[in-house]
Design a protein around this ligand. Structure first.
Ligand code: ANZ
Length: 942
């Protein structure tokens, strides 16, 4: 083999690795572990484009590097294979989604293997495989069998709850539970029937049924999570989403709100990612205050008062009206007959708007007066009660004490409806200018806090509040419990059946509860989810199963544990395997999972930890989001008046397009090279556009225009990695993707530079093999000679650089370092084994095929490259061995002389004066003065 033949080499080593299971990973006691995880893909029908492997290449480089550094590395891959697109496809075609999913996975694996990733494929998992989802169902069951004890601050088995009820009833219980969970004594508990007791426990379990306002998407026939809805439409498909009250399985993630916040302190994630999580959790510290109604309600309903949550109790004397969410339960009883018509129409209009719209819309002011009043508990002043849809029913108490002098929205509302505004700070500025009364000024018009500053006022207010029994200090979270039901087919069945209207878990021995066959993947005529179509599908032949399935995030909330022990049939993973691998050291994936996936999986992880199944509180120690690779679209320009009956279409090259009136049309980037169009290929691919067309060229070429856009089929800018691998090889693809720029940056795909990377590999190859000769005839260039200092310096520069770069995940700079090194060694005509063998190892993580080939050619056992050690960096080789001294004569440099580093100044002086050039300037006379500045310069004055 004389020429670098990427096809032959790569095929050979891919087969070798596969046949020899080179990357199979075992749990090796005594060897340090390192777990590197890629966010596993949903196997879509379109296959991978060049943007997808970016993160996988980075993680594979780190994996290969860590192996060389002596770690036992777990680097698995699998598939998040339940999901909507497969089901939509099944609805259209009638083919079971499992079949389509299987085909897509086969294609994905082929593409991934093509790129030379060192995954341990024996550990592959698929969330839609019953052997996998058996354990997703089991975790659901464990959640159902658990409650959250605030005292121990962890989840516990329901048995400890029952024991508490037995002994103390609800006395002294601090649990996370439904709002309406009743209080009772131990005696009352014991007097309850078994069914009554069971019903009570349902209010405490970490997964529970509740009527919840959900994002209902009629076109998809399912409920969507908040992060699956973007701008009021479904993220997938862009269908309208409505608010609907439905009975749903919920997950009590709110029990973990504070731990989810605290855990962010201990992980190495980007600040922006942590901030997104904090915002989602939305912790706010404030107070709950009850405003009594000015009049008792009619019909003996008494005076429940209106409870508000405020983060600004200090503004209570500035309250001039009260605003309730339109859905607030007191609305019907507070509405006076005169206001009824207006209130009714306002309430029904508000119901049409999603929560997001209501929050996002700060411009339009709307609201309606109920006709009733409540009283400010601090000063007894009457406060009119309004409704407005900027107040959300599901947050806090669904009611706001409005302070126009403190809050922008309240101010806007007050101005719009002509309500009073009471200034409460002496330094009060117009709210419009962003006054922050917490920072400046003393309170005025403020009763018991008149004259105090913000920090002085708060304790006074809280004491007053709690002593008078008007309310209490309170912490609120924006995060809600997560809706867990989907009215879809292609997901995990929920392992629950119903008896006399109550939900029960099926026996663990009956797991997995497999998806039954159905005639169609659509809801039933009566609106039940598709599982309602499964004939004779009953638990123990008689009980109704739960008909909804789990959401997309169920399987991905624990999958990293399954890789640790993927074939275990007794447990989700063996305890010793979990104790060995513990958690993920480096997690790489897309930023679109910043909130959903990363909150749900942290939640399940904490739950599994509480129940003693896993050792670590946080599942992902370090997390990196790779940047998006954008498409680089190409355009052709069609002259406008060349289209129409009987006309010849005319396309004009980009440089000339300004001379015509043109329409820009996307052209497939795969028939464009370095922005030059392959006209023949264009004619063939798009006869609809180019049949018989005329092309106006510049310099004999048709040059295309370009633009950076999202990579998508509709923009004809999708580049398939297979094409690149075939043409240039996987090693070039890997190096090139890294060369494009910093891993975390968004960057356009631009094939124009790929030749340079390919040439680099060929040049590297030529350090080993003579060009145009045949290795089998013995033209192998590598020699056994001792390396020179310059060669060692070049090698050790790259060893140092690449090791540092990989540790910092800065891969693009490594690629340049390789190029510099190969150029230097080429210039030095270095073919020495002592240098090249180490260089092969350093390059191996980036370009595993070519290096494995050369590693074997150097006489090493084939296929062992990943078992060797990363070369040790020796700083001594980077130290300059000699110093170049410029020699100045009367201030002008006349020559330069080289001296070994530690030469004494007196010796330097002697040699300088003996130098021919210097002698010429001295003209035989002794110099007036000689100054030697060590390691810098020599000055001679004559
Ligand atoms: C009086 C007040 C005066 C407020 C002031 C703010 C500024 P966060 O930090 O998001 O928790 N609020 C309470 N419940 C609400 C709901 N269901 N929908 C919309 N707004 C609601 O904000 C809490 C603050 O948001 C509360 O403090 C309340 O207004 C409002 F100068 O009370 B504040």
């Amino acid at each position: 083999m004389s020429e670098y033949n990427h096809r032959e080499i790569e095929r050979k080593w891919r087969d070798y690795w596969e046949n020899n299971q080179t990357y199979r990973t075992e749990n090796i006691a005594g060897k340090p572990k390192y777990y590197i995880l890629d966010m596993f893909p949903y196997p879509s029908g379109a296959g991978l484009h060049v943007g997808h492997p970016l993160g996988y290449i980075a993680s594979d480089i780190v994996t290969r590097y860590k192996r060389l550094k002596g770690f036992n590395v777990l680097h698995p891959m699998g598939f998040d294979s339940f999901g909507l697109p497969a089901e939509q496809y099944a609805i259209q075609t009638g083919v079971h989604p499992a079949i389509n999913t299987e085909q897509n996975i086969t294609r994905y694996i082929e593409q991934l293997k093509n790129i030379g990733f060192s995954y341990d494929w024996s550990r592959e998992v698929r969330t839609s495989d019953p052997k996998f989802y058996k354990w997703t169902q089991w975790i659901f069951m464990e959640l159902f069998r658990s409650w959250y004890n605030r005292k121990t601050d962890r989840a516990e088995p329901v048995e400890t709850l029952l024991a508490h009820f037995e002994q103390h009833g609800t006395e002294g219980l601090e649990a996370v539970c439904d709002e309406e969970a009743p209080a009772f004594t131990a005696g009352e508990w014991k007097a309850m029937s078994e069914r009554e007791q069971y019903e009570i426990t349902l209010k405490y379990r970490l997964t529970y049924l509740a009527d919840a306002v959900v994002n209902w998407c009629p076109a998809l026939g399912t409920v969507l999570a908040n992060d699956e809805v973007k701008d009021g439409v479904s993220e997938r498909g862009g269908y309208p989403v409505e608010q609907k009250l439905m009975r749903q399985w919920m997950m009590r993630i709110t029990a973990y709100a504070d731990r989810l916040l605290r855990g962010l302190e201990e992980v190495d994630w980007s600040e922006s990612l942590k901030e997104q999580q904090r915002n989602w959790i939305g912790k706010s510290t404030g107070a709950e205050v009850t405003f009594p109604l000015a009049q008792d309600l009619e019909g003996g309903a008494g005076n429940p008062g209106i409870k508000v949550f405020t983060t600004r109790l200090d503004t209570i004397y500035g309250v001039t009206f009260m605003v309730l969410a339109p859905e607030h339960e007191l609305v019907p009883s507070l509405t006076t007959p005169e206001q009824k018509a207006a209130v009714d129409s306002y309430v029904s209009a508000a119901r049409m708007r999603s929560e997001r719209d209501r929050m996002a819309d700060a411009k339009t002011v709307s609201g309606v007066f109920t006709g009733s009043y409540c009283l400010n508990p601090f000063n007894g002043q009457p406060v009119p009660i309004w409704l407005a849809d900027y107040v959300l029913a599901g947050y806090g108490t669904g009611a706001v004490m409005a302070v126009p002098s403190g809050d922008q929205r309240d101010w806007t509302f007050a101005r719009h409806f002509n309500l009073p505004i009471i200034p409460i700070l002496d330094a009060q500025q117009d709210i419009d200018q962003g006054a922050d009364p917490t920072k400046e000024g003393r309170y005025v018009n403020s009763g018991i806090i008149d004259g105090l500053t913000f920090s002085e006022a708060l304790p006074v207010l809280i004491r007053f509040l709690e002593e008078k029994g008007l309310g209490k200090a309170k912490i609120n979270y924006r995060m809600r419990d997560a809706v867990f039901s989907r009215q879809r087919y292609w997901g995990e069945p929920v392992p629950v059946y119903f008896r006399d209207g109550l939900p029960y878990l099926i026996d663990e021995a009956d797991l997995p509860l497999e998806l039954p066959g159905v005639d169609k993947y659509l809801p039933t005529e009566t609106g039940e989810p598709p599982l309602g179509r499964a004939e004779g599908w009953k638990y123990k032949g008689q009980y109704e199963y739960e008909l909804s399935t789990m959401p997309g995030w169920a399987g991905s909330s624990w999958y990293w544990y399954r890789y640790m022990d993927p074939h275990n049939e007794r447990e989700f993973a063996d305890k010793t395997a979990i104790d060995y691998w513990r958690n993920v050291d480096l997690y790489i994936g897309g930023s679109e999972h910043a909130t959903g996936h990363l909150l749900y999986s942290r939640f399940w992880n904490k739950f599994l930890k509480d129940r003693g199944y896993v050792p670590e509180e946080e599942p992902f120690k370090k997390l990196v989001n790779q940047g998006m690779i954008q498409g680089r679209s190409n355009f052709v320009y069609r002259v406008k008046d060349s289209v129409g009956e009987g006309k010849t279409p005319v396309f004009v090259s980009a440089g000339l397009r300004n001379q015509y009136e043109v329409t820009a049309l996307h052209v497939d980037v795969n028939i464009v090279e370095n922005d030059v169009l392959d006209i023949e290929a264009f004619r063939q691919a798009r006869p609809d556009l180019a049949e018989g067309a005329e092309f106006i060229l510049e310099d004999g070429k048709y040059v295309c225009g370009t633009e950076i856009e999202k990579m998508s089929k509709s923009k004809f800018n999708v580049v398939n990695p297979d094409t690149i691998v075939d043409r240039y090889g996987a090693d070039t693809l890997r190096l090139y993707e890294m060369f494009l720029g910093p891993l975390t940056d968004a960057k356009p795909w631009n094939t124009n530079g790929i030749d340079g990377v390919y040439r680099f590999l060929k040049k590297f190859w030529r350090l080993f093999y003579d060009e145009g000769t045949d290795i089998r005839a013995g033209k192998w260039l590598v020699t056994d000679g001792d390396p020179t200092p310059a060669e060692l310096k070049s090698l050790h520069k790259v060893i140092k650089k690449v090791a540092e770069d990989i540790e910092n995940l800065s891969f693009n700079t490594s690629v340049s370092a390789f190029m510099v090194c190969v150029n230097e060694l080429t210039a030095l005509k270095c073919n020495k084994k002592a240098i090249l063998q180490d260089l092969v190892v350093v390059l191996a993580p980036f370009a595993p095929h070519i290096t494995e080939e050369l590693w074997a050619a150097l006489g090493n056992e084939p296929g062992t490259l990943s078992k060797t050690a990363f070369p040790a960096f020796n700083p001594a080789y980077l130290v300059e061995a000699a110093v170049e001294y410029p020699v100045q004569i009367n201030g002008k440099v006349r020559t330069t002389l080289s001296f070994p580093l530690d030469t004494a100044a007196s010796d330097i002086e002697k040699e300088v004066l003996a130098n021919e050039t210097v002698q010429k300037w001295l003209e035989g006379k002794p110099p007036k003065k000689v100054i030697v500045v060590p390691k810098k310069i020599v000055n001679v004055v004559v």
